[in-house]
Design a protein around this ligand. Structure first.
Ligand code: FAD
Length: 257
């Protein structure tokens, strides 16, 4: 089975993020594999171990993403591909990323492409479905279980807490949701092996794509932190007075009654 994982290197949003001039400052930020993509890598490895085949992890980014690709190889992926678009395109959007991924994938005959449900930084959830559309294959989002039987695939997907069962067939793109599996940590032998696994680096030219074809369709004009919230107020006095004061404040300040 030819299994492909789309992996994004993201900011660790648990760490402090600084924005200036509408851009997130990369200095001092921590970078990780997008957590939803860890589910995708784990599921691809499990599917390969069950059905045979190969797992290739792909990222569109720059040289810095090699670290996260090596981590995916240490988890158990077989090959990694870094599509380095930095030289050709200064600013990209979801259209750019998916156009580049489709450019790479169009002749790769993938059976299953696994993406994350959403990237925890950009958060648009567009790249997976856009890639499926570009390749003309089925797409099922937010999956929590997948069973492959020959060409037939049975999927359970999360629908805002409810579950939906979908029957479809290969080739297919899925986006992975929390609950799909427990991603493994890379083992020490895995880390040693990963150093020797193939990591191919490509540029837009290698995909027969030029920068105009992948030019973004949108432009982010600003980015800013939410305004700081004012401190809460603690009412004092006996309960009856507090209730009166609270009702007055809800009317005069919060204007909700
Ligand atoms: C050349 C280029 C320049 C860019 N320049 C800027 C910039 O100047 N400013 C800026 O803020 N952003 C920039 N970006 C990033 C871009 O705007 C989005 O972050 C990116 O398209 C993903 O969208 P998202 O974060 O909403 O991901 P989502 O659509 O939420 O991600 C869902 C899933 O798609 C897959 N995926 C997403 N991104 C990638 C990727 N890069 N490689 C492989 N798989 C992926 C993963 O499986 C992920 O879990 C650039 C991207 C490119 C390619």
């Amino acid at each position: 089975m030819n299994l492909i994982v789309l992996m994004k290197r993201t900011f660790d949003t648990e760490e402090k993020i600084t924005i200036s001039d509408g851009r997130i400052q990369e200095d001092g930020a921590e970078f990780i594999i997008n957590p939803y993509d860890e589910y995708a890598i784990e599921e691809a490895i499990q599917l390969r171990d069950k059905h045979g085949g190969e797992v290739t992890v792909i990222t569109v980014g720059n040289d810095d993403a090699e670290k996260q690709l090596r981590t995916a190889l240490a988890m158990g992926a077989d090959k990694a591909v870094l599509i380095n678009s930095e030289e050709d395109i200064e600013e990209g959007d979801q259209y750019t990323t998916s156009k580049i991924l489709v450019g790479y994938l169009k002749d790769k005959e993938a059976d299953i492409i696994l993406a994350g449900n959403v990237a925890i930084d950009g958060g648009s959830g567009q790249v997976g479905p856009r890639v499926a559309e570009g390749l003309g294959i089925a797409c099922v989002t937010t999956i929590t279980n997948i069973e492959v039987n020959g060409q037939n695939v049975l999927i359970t997907r999360d629908v805002e807490g409810d579950q939906e069962k979908i029957s479809t067939s290969l080739p297919l793109l899925v986006t992975c949701q929390q609950g799909l599996n427990e991603p493994r940590y890379p083992s020490l032998p895995g880390i040693m092996k990963a150093k020797k696994k193939p990591l191919e680096e490509l540029e837009l030219d290698d995909l027969d794509l030029d920068e105009e074809e992948a030019a973004p369709k949108t432009k982010t004009t600003d980015r800013f932190m939410p305004p700081e919230k004012a401190a809460g107020r603690i009412l004092k006095g006996d309960t009856a007075d507090q209730v009166k004061e609270l009702a007055a404040l809800l009317r005069s300040e919060a204007k909700v009654i």
